[in-house]
Write a protein that binds this ligand. Structure first.
Ligand SMILES: *[C@@H]1O[C@H](CO)[C@@H](O)[C@H](O)[C@H]1NC(C)=O
Ligand SMILES: *[C@@H]1O[C@H](CO)[C@@H](O)[C@H](O)[C@H]1NC(C)=O
Length: 324
């Protein structure tokens, strides 16, 4: 009995000490608009570089700090050479695509959503230009899949100075149909500095589907996350089939300001959901390369809704995703 207890204690200690840990930030500079996906033994991290599309990969979150990095796309076409933002790696029909925003060198009026196509593995294939998705101003595009259909959600400007979320059915991985409004910045917490909804990202658990997004202007400490939930039936293009949460779900905390533009990813063993987001040490917020990338595990409430909690102070040692 004593021996058995001793063995169990030793084994659980071994288990605890062997769990991978990490500290935030994962990327101290140019960590804006992070996106992580885990595939075939590696995490792939992308952030806004302003100049190109760059993949960093590693087997652990901690490893991403020094992970191998390669530039997978640069463009000299003047209409999409510059202001390269918010890249996201998505797998559709066994092919990897990177959706991103880019525009001209002069101003931000030319920002459009574009896509490059890779191959059957995110790292082993080269990427080539595959198309412009939004004919008009459209940034921060992401893919939402419901009932086997893919939708493109992006931040749009159907009326000036009123940055909203638009949704469009994807005809193919590289083209979209007509858009409809999914969410507008109508709540007080979405309107600080400027009315903004942007940085959408899908969250799935069982049959439930949410879209996370960022509200308010990034040069404020009110830049934060909100959630829309799909009602579970009806056309996802119809706003009435979604419920918009009235309160933000992930906001500034001491030392981490403007916590936003996140993405959700799954742990290597598929058991946990994680939130990767950016934040800044500058209390008044930040829209430039001073934002860092950080990650935190998503908890789940008894009613099945996600609890994003609060950003941990940078430098705090945290247990890594399960299966590392
Ligand atoms: C990708 O390359 C790695 C070696 O770097 C190899 O082990 C793996 O099988 C390749 N996968 C595909 C799908 O080509
Ligand atoms: C899905 O939600 C349940 C709670 O409803 C939770 O126990 C489970 O861990 C979640 N799954 C993932 C992958 O996060």
């Amino acid at each position: 009995m004593f021996l058995l207890r001793f063995l169990i204690t030793t084994l659980s200690l071994l288990h605890l000490t062997s769990a991978a840990t990490f500290t935030n930030p994962l990327r101290a500079r140019d960590g804006s608009d992070p996106h992580i996906v885990h595939f075939d033994g590696f995490y792939y991290l992308m952030t806004t570089t302003w100049t190109d599309l760059r993949l960093t990969r590693a087997k652990t979150l901690e490893g991403l700090k020094t992970g191998e990095t390669k530039v997978v796309w640069t463009d000299s076409n003047p209409s999409r050479c510059c202001n390269v933002w918010a890249p996201e790696l998505h797998r559709i029909d066994n092919t990897w695509y990177i959706y991103y925003t880019a525009g001209n060198k002069q101003n931000l009026d030319g920002q459009r959503s574009h896509v490059v196509r890779g191959g059957g593995h995110p790292w082993n294939f080269t990427y080539s230009y595959a198309g412009q998705l939004t004919p008009e101003w459209g940034i921060d595009g992401t893919v939402l899949t419901i009932a086997g259909r893919n939708y493109f959600i992006y931040s749009c400007l159907p009326r000036p100075q009123w940055q909203s979320l638009c949704i469009a059915l994807m005809n193919s991985p590289t083209s979209i149909g007509g858009w409809k409004l999914l969410s507008e910045p109508t709540l007080a917490w979405e309107r600080v500095g400027s009315p903004v909804n942007e940085g959408a990202t899908a969250l799935y658990n069982g049959t439930r589907v949410w879209v996370g997004y960022s509200g308010s202007y990034c040069w404020t400490d009110s830049y934060q996350l909100g959630l829309l939930e799909y009602k579970g039936s009806g056309d996802p293009m119809e706003r009435g089939n979604w419920v918009k949460g009235q309160q933000p779900v992930f906001s500034s905390s001491e030392g981490n300001w403007g916590t936003g533009h996140n993405a959700f990813f799954t742990s290597p063993d598929g058991m946990e959901t994680w939130n990767v987001y950016h934040a800044t040490t500058v209390r008044t917020g930040n829209c430039d390369g001073n934002r860092y990338t950080a990650a935190k595990k998503v908890e789940w409430r008894a009613d099945g809704t996600p609890d994003l909690g609060r950003a941990e102070r940078t430098g705090t040692r945290l247990v890594g995703p399960s299966g590392e």
